[in-house]
Design a protein around this ligand. Sequence first.
Ligand SMILES: Cc1cc2nc3c(=O)[nH]c(=O)nc-3n(C[C@H](O)[C@H](O)[C@H](O)COP(=O)(O)OP(=O)(O)OC[C@H]3O[C@@H](n4cnc5c(N)ncnc54)[C@H](O)[C@@H]3O)c2cc1C
Length: 229
Amino acid sequence: MVHKDAQIELTVKQLRQDQSEYKTVIFERPVNFIYEAGDWIDVDFADTSYRGGKTYTLSSSPSEGGLAISFRVGVSPFKKKLQTVQAGEKMYISAYGNDYGFHLKDNRTSVLIAGGIGIAPFRSMLKEMYDTRSNDEVQLMYLNKTQDFLFKQELDDWRQRLPNVSIEYIMTQELKRKERKKLLLSLIKDAAHNYYIAGPRGMVQDTLSFLRETGVAAKDIRIDDFGSY
Ligand SMILES: Cc1cc2nc3c(=O)[nH]c(=O)nc-3n(C[C@H](O)[C@H](O)[C@H](O)COP(=O)(O)OP(=O)(O)OC[C@H]3O[C@@H](n4cnc5c(N)ncnc54)[C@H](O)[C@@H]3O)c2cc1C
């Protein structure tokens, strides 16, 4: 469900430098703001100069105190402002929700495929699974150009306490498209009930066609398409 024309005030709690290329903005959680792991927000600055702002999938989990968005540092005017926000600064949510049921289903087996910053919704989902001691079977395939896997330490820590979660880290810098496809498909352990793909559009579309070619039904695949990056 998508909530348009929202006007929910946000207060920045912290701007965190995660890795050389990534930052996370943590906001105080607005009273009565309810969301699910996998949901996105449209976020903007108080002066509204960006006309509704930009879309970010929440990297925080509903089981955590604050709200968080994570992003690769950039050069656009919006990014320049976002990557220098100060604690106490006001922003707001202009819309939020989830378009294509990008939520984990209880008691189903799931394969999650992240491309780079596409790890954001999966961080949220795995943190919630960790906090609720979930026994669901989940395989995370995390593709990234370099070894700089955002949230790796947390993910590895949570996995220790999640008996049915496995994580594959796949560095793609030197892999051609065909090799990436072969490796990805060889690592998927078993047919799962649901497949989730998140990341920049090129990666999402490629992965979608890999899965469709191997016979995964379109109805079993959900995507979180971050657009052209
Ligand atoms: C459903 C959804 C969820 C999303 N979730 C996330 C998320 O969790 N995290 C995330 O990071 N993004 C997410 N995005 C993408 C996000 O909305 C932005 O599109 C993305 O972060 C790019 O930001 P930017 O346009 O500010 O540009 P930048 O990151 O600054 O730049 C993007 C590209 O455009 C070029 N560019 C842009 N502006 C200029 C300029 N002024 N001069 C020269 N070159 C320029 C850059 O060189 C770069 O190649 C999501 C998008 C959608 C639709």
